[in-house]
Ligand binder design. Structure first.
Ligand SMILES: *Cc1c(COP(=O)(O)O)cnc(C)c1O
Length: 386
C-alpha cells in the first residue's frame, strides 16, 4: 500500500479533503444502474443545482476532472466555424483558447495582462466586431488569483442577447457565489478538488435551456463521443440509458462533500472563505509583502503574493513542505518565480491554516535574510478574527 506523507494542502488544488468524504469513498461498490445509485444521482443533481444557484435541469457531474468540464462546454456548443470570444488573463483562458481552436471554432481573444481582470470595453469591441455565438470567461483565474465580476459581464451581454455566456467556475464554486441563474450563465463547470474539497475526478456542470437547445439543434454530431451531452443526459435523465460506467466511489465522495457544504450553508461558507482571505492579506501586508492583485479583484480561494526581491521561490516552497508539511503553488508562465499561489479552498480555508502559514513564512523568510518585525503577520491576521 502507498502511505502518503501528511500534508496541509494550501496550493492551487487539490485542497484538503474532509475525513468524512474519504470515508464515503471506502463504502462498498454497487452497480451504476442499481436503483440505490440512481437515487444517489438524483440527490447529487439536486445538491449541485443549489450549489450553482440554478434551476437548470441539465446539471450533473462529468466523469473526469475540471478540464473535461471545460472541454465538454466547448465541444458541445461549438460547430465548425462558430465564432467564439475568449477572455484571456491567465493559464485557463489560454487553455480555453486552445480547446476552441481544436473544436473548429473561430477564435477571438480579448487579452488582459496576468493579474488583472478582463477589460469590459475591450470585450464590447470584440463582440461588436465578431458577434460570437459564445463569450467565455474564467470566473476564478487560478494562475493569477483574479476574480472576474460576472455582474459586469452580464450587463455587457445584455447588449448582445444572442451570445451564450460560458463560465469557468472551477476555483470559485463552493468558495464564492457563482450565481448561474442571476447572471444568466449558459454553461458553467467546476471541479471537485478545489473549493468542494473532494478528490479530483468529477467536473460538475450546469447548462441553461437555451444552451441545451443549441446542443440539440446541432447539424453535426459532437466530435467527442465521451463528452457528448446529448448522450450523457440520457444516463443522468429519466431514460437511464447506459453510456459509460459512472465512477461510483467518486460520486459517493461528491455526495458527501455536497452534504457537508449545504450543512454549513452556502452563505456561511462564502463568508468563511472571505474572512480567511482577509486575515491572510492582512498578515501578508503587515509582514511588508505585497499581493499581486488589487483588492477588489482578489479571489478568496486563491491568494497570490509577490515574492520579495532576493528570495528564492524554490527554497521557500521546499522548506514549507519539508518542515511544515505545507504545500503552496509557484507562479506559472510570466509569473514564474514572481509569485506564490496560496489556496484557501474548502476545508483548507481555516483560521489555523492562515496562522500556521504566516508563522512558517515569517520563520523561513527571516532565515533567508529578510528583516521582519516579529509576529507582525499573525498579529494583523488575528485582528481580523476578533
Ligand atoms: C484547476 C482548474 C481547471 C482544470 O481542472 P483539472 O481538474 O485540473 O482538470 C480549470 N480551470 C480552472 C480555473 C482551474 O483552476
Amino acid at each position: 500500500m502507498f502511505y502518503p506523507p501528511k500534508r496541509i494542502l494550501m496550493g492551487p488544488g487539490p485542497s484538503d479533503v474532509d475525513p468524512l468524504v474519504l470515508k464515503a469513498m471506502a463504502a462498498p461498490l454497487i452497480g451504476h444502474l442499481d436503483p440505490a445509485f440512481l437515487n444517489l444521482m438524483d440527490n447529487i443533481q439536486q445538491l449541485l443545482r443549489k450549489l450553482f444557484e440554478t434551476n437548470n435541469r441539465l446539471t450533473l457531474p462529468i466523469s473526469a476532472t475540471g478540464s473535461a468540464g471545460m472541454e465538454a462546454a466547448f465541444v458541445n456548443l461549438i460547430e465548425p466555424g462558430d465564432s467564439v470570444t475568449v477572455c484571456v488573463n491567465g493559464v485557463f483562458g489560454e487553455r480555453m483558447s486552445d480547446i476552441v481552436v481544436r473544436s473548429g471554432g473561430t477564435l477571438s481573444r480579448v487579452e488582459t495582462s496576468w493579474g488583472k481582470g478582463p477589460d469590459v470595453d475591450a470585450i464590447r469591441e470584440s463582440l461588436l466586431l465578431n458577434h460570437p455565438k459564445i463569450l467565455a470567461v474564467v470566473h476564478a483565474e487560478t494562475s493569477t488569483g483574479v476574480l472576474t465580476h460576472l455582474s459586469k459581464i452580464r450587463e455587457l451581454l445584455n447588449e448582445f442577447p444572442e451570445t451564450l455566456l460560458l463560465v469557468d467556475c472551477v476555483t470559485s464554486l463552493g468558495g464564492h457565489s457563482v450565481g448561474v441563474d442571476q447572471y444568466q450563465v449558459d454553461f458553467a463547470y467546476g471541479g471537485t478538488q478545489k473549493c468542494l474539497s473532494c478528490p479530483p475526478g468529477l467536473a460538475p456542470i450546469t447548462v441553461s435551456d437555451r444552451a441545451l437547445e443549441a446542443i440539440h439543434s446541432r447539424k453535426r454530431k459532437v466530435q467527442s463521443w465521451y463528452l457528448d451531452l446529448s448522450m450523457v443526459e440520457n444516463y443522468w435523465g429519466d431514460n437511464r440509458t447506459y453510456h459509460h460506467t459512472a465512477p461510483i466511489s467518486m460520486n459517493y465522495a461528491l455526495y458527501e462533500s455536497l452534504r457537508i457544504i449545504h450543512e454549513e450553508g452556502l452563505e456561511q461558507r462564502w463568508n468563511r472563505h472571505h474572512k480567511n482571505h482577509l486575515a491572510f492579506v492582512a498578515g501578508i501586508e503587515a509582514m511588508g509583502l505585497e499581493m499581486l492583485v488589487k483588492s477588489r479583484d482578489r479571489l478568496w480561494s486563491l491568494n497570490t503574493v509577490k515574492i520579495p526581491d532576493g528570495i528564492s521561490d524554490g527554497i521557500v516552497r521546499a522548506k514549507l513542505l519539508e518542515r511544515f508539511g505545507i504545500e503552496i503553488g509557484g507562479g506559472l508562465g510570466p509569473l514564474k518565480d514572481k509569485i506564490w499561489r496560496v489556496g484557501l479552498m474548502g476545508t483548507s480555508s481555516q483560521k489555523k491554516n492562515v496562522l500556521l502559514f504566516l508563522n512558517a513564512l515569517e520563520e523561513i523568510l527571516t532565515e533567508e535574510g529578510l528583516v521582519l518585525e516579529k509576529n507582525a503577520g499573525i498579529t494583523a491576521a488575528e485582528r481580523i478574527y476578533v
